[in-house]
Write a protein that binds this ligand. Structure first.
Ligand code: GLU
Length: 415
């Protein structure tokens, strides 16, 4: 996966004509921490897990990025995803760098008490490298507000009251209004902008979604509220479809109870992987990486793909979609709503001041539309696809900050 994020970086670096030296300054991770977590399971036996925190870049501010609890979590994933966070925070212009981490585990096999213990063990082992002005974790795949609350609680035991050490906390525990739905809401704004470029609107499109976790379900709800027809949704256990649009709130209720969309009664069923080639105007991959590959990219029938997940399209697939004139809104733009509201949460924590939901929503909308507009402008000026344009914009912003911090003299026009 690291290779893929380096590939996209390299393309944009070529457009900017960056020297090897500058590329190296911008691409090298600053630190990767690997920790062994040993906890007592509910049955009294010891359980071992490996945790990671990759810290990529702090040129524009403290490290920032999620924690994912998943069996695929390893050093390569943590580094690649940390890398993406550096460019993502720059695209939406929030004052952070990039990090990512997590624990190699299957949370569906852990009790709530075991999850609490493994999370606290992770904090105990990483407490010297995280902090409100150092590195601020947040939710990612299989982590949520509860996990963030445990992190804040554990960290505060060592360093005193520290709500700003983590974002995505419960609203009752220094979290922000609107954080939980923020990534999905940002995806909806990004889709609206992409459709506008094609002369279309949310109210006249059909949407197929892969993944119905926090991001996918909120995106679906908000799209449906604006008249979009969510015609198919797939997850790890299967897919459900309805030509005239699924009842999204009912599907959300079903999923909350059954932990999958599979089995939802009011719909046709299909095999999950078929979602990629679904007959719909819009495809939203909102699950894990490598969903659209060179094997299935030619099957995509959507005109617009919005990358709600991180890294869902491989470089070969991106090329195929580009040839076929499919608009791909890249992850570092499309799913940046989450980290944007994380920034609002952190700012509220630092100031000890609470924003109401309308303020959060208004500011998020402003930031997402401004970021989209800036990427669109780079794409137009330099004749680039949206992903390369987003990387160009991000590299310009990170590059200016990084080089002004050091004595390296390079004749680069960062634009
Ligand atoms: N995990 C989310 C992401 O990939 C949010 C990160 C954050 O809020 O720090 O963007």
């Amino acid at each position: 996966m690291l290779e893929e994020s380096h590939h996209y970086f390299g393309r944009a670096a070529d457009v900017l004509g960056l020297s090897e030296k500058v590329r190296e300054i911008l691409i090298s991770p600053k630190r990767v921490v690997k920790v062994e977590l040993v906890i007592e399971g509910d049955d009294g036996a010891l359980q071992h897990f490996i945790g990671f925190r990759a810290q990529h870049n702090t040129a524009r501010g403290p490290y920032k990025g999620g924690l994912r609890y998943h069996p695929s979590m390893d050093e390569d994933h943590a580094m690649a995803l940390a890398n993406l966070m550096t460019w993502k925070t720059a695209v939406v212009d929030v004052p952070f760098g990039g990090a990512k981490g997590g624990i190699d585990c299957d949370p569906s096999r852990l009790s709530r008490a075991e999850l609490d213990r493994v999370t606290r063990a992770f904090v105990a082992q990483t407490k010297e490298v995280i902090g409100p002005t150092v590195d601020i974790p947040a939710p990612d795949v299989n982590t949520n507000a509860d996990v963030m609350a445990w992190i804040m609680d554990e960290y505060s035991k060592y360093f005193g009251f520290s709500p700003g050490v983590v974002t995505g906390k419960p609203v009752d525990l220094f979290g922000s209004e609107g954080r939980e739905e923020a990534t999905g809401r940002g995806v909806m704004y990004a889709l609206e902008e992409a459709l506008r470029d094609r002369g279309r609107a949310l109210s006249d499109v059909s949407v197929a979604l892969q993944g119905f976790g926090n991001v996918g379900s909120h995106a679906a709800r908000l799209i449906a509220e604006r008249g979009g027809r969510v015609v198919a949704v797939a997850d790890h256990a299967g897919g459900v479809a309805r030509k005239d649009g699924l009842d999204v709130p009912a599907l959300v209720d079903w999923t909350r109870e059954h932990r999958t969309v599979a089995g939802y009664p009011d719909a046709d069923t299909f095999d999950g992987p078929d979602i990629i080639g679904w007959e719909a105007d819009v495809l939203i991959p909102a699950a894990l990486e490598d969903a659209i590959t060179k094997e299935n990219a030619a099957d995509v029938r959507a005109q617009v793909v919005v990358e709600a997940a991180n890294g869902p399209t491989t470089p070969e697939a991106a090329e195929i979609l580009h040839q076929r004139d499919v608009t791909v809104v890249p992850d570092i733009l499309a799913n940046a709503g989450g980290v944007t509201v994380s920034y609002f949460e952190w700012a509220q924590n630092i100031q000890q001041f609470r924003w109401d939901r309308d303020r959060v929503t208004d500011e998020l909308e402003k930031r997402m539309r401004a970021a989209y507009g800036a990427v669109r402008e780079v794409a137009r000026q330099k004749q680039l696809d949206l992903r390369t344009a987003a990387f160009v914009l991000a590299i310009q912003r990170v590059g200016r900050a990084a080089l002004s911090r050091q004595s390296v003299r390079e004749e680069i026009d960062f634009g």
